[in-house]
Write a protein that binds this ligand. Sequence first.
Ligand code: ADP
Ligand code: MG
Length: 358
Amino acid sequence: EVVISAKSVGKTFGSGADKVTALDDVSVDIFQNEFFTMLGPSGCGKTTLLRLIGGFEQATSGQILLEGKALNDLPPYKRPINTVFQSYALFPHLTVRQNITFGLEMQGVARKQADDRAEEMLELVRLAQYGDRVPSQLSGGQQQRIALARALAPAPKVLLLDEPLSALDLKLRKEMQVELKRLQTETGITFVFVTHDQEEALAMSDRIAVMKSGEILQIGAPREIYEAPTHRFVADFIGDSNFLVGNLVDDGAGKRAVKLGGGQVIELTQDVSSQRSGEVTVSVRPERLGLVAESQAGDNQLVGTVSTVIYFGTDTTYQIDLGNDALLTVRMQNGSGAKADFAQGERVGITMSPDSIR
Ligand code: ADP
Ligand code: MG
């Protein structure tokens, strides 16, 4: 069931020469009980989209719907939507418990009920014994969890989270990733999460929208985004990718292939229309490639020379020179049984797992 729907949303700031297009024709459906992430580099429009959903900004064009109804002029406090900011924005002079009950009482919830709800929320974030402290007596991670407890207390339909973990150090950030995922699963509330960190997005999300310059390029499950990127930008921004430029040709056996500058050919596994021709870029993940001794290489296999070997413990990363300035990074897991000890200068054949070529 769709909870939030953006329909051709545009947002510009300023006018004339100062005009900035923050969002350009953005459409997306976000489902109930979903951990949905907007991922993209700084300035791509993530915060703007979140602020439009929250009601802190008005769209220049298009609409935001909540359960099918246009939100238009509904002010933020009348929306069943709450926001967690990167700065926790706790009231410093109120106790942790009062921080949580404050908003509930403002909404007209009776004192006793608000207190009960606060206890429930403190248990949810596993800080039950901290209700009487003030925020300054808590660590950064604990303050963050209180901010979450407060935002979840009124049981909103949607929780908006704008880079809530970016101020935390790496270890705490990893812990809070697990914590946030748990809170989302346990409450069943739709989380709309914003990050510029691709690993964080892959680890936490049910679905990800990858944004660039005010547009959504691709929406999909983490695996889909990673393994079947629809844009070069997506392949580049998320994980490591090899990019090779060549010309689209027919391989003579009815299949499409890409001929590299040096004459070597890569057979395509993805369907590419026979209408298309000319220069294309092929992308393939380093871990979807493997190496064999040149003597073992098949007829249609790429061959090259090992130019760099970097041992990482769990894997070894090879740089392979295909000739004509074409370089390929190959990452082979160590201890997986496959021979993975090729030396610099060695001639090798490159194996590619099926469906790995985009
Ligand atoms: P992100 O959160 O992805 O970093 P933002 O949504 O904050 O991106 O910003 C998108 C674009 O809109 C940027 O170019 C930013 O400078 C611009 N922008 C955001 N808010 C305003 C504003 N209030 N006034 C003018 N420009 C703004
Ligand atoms: Mg932002």
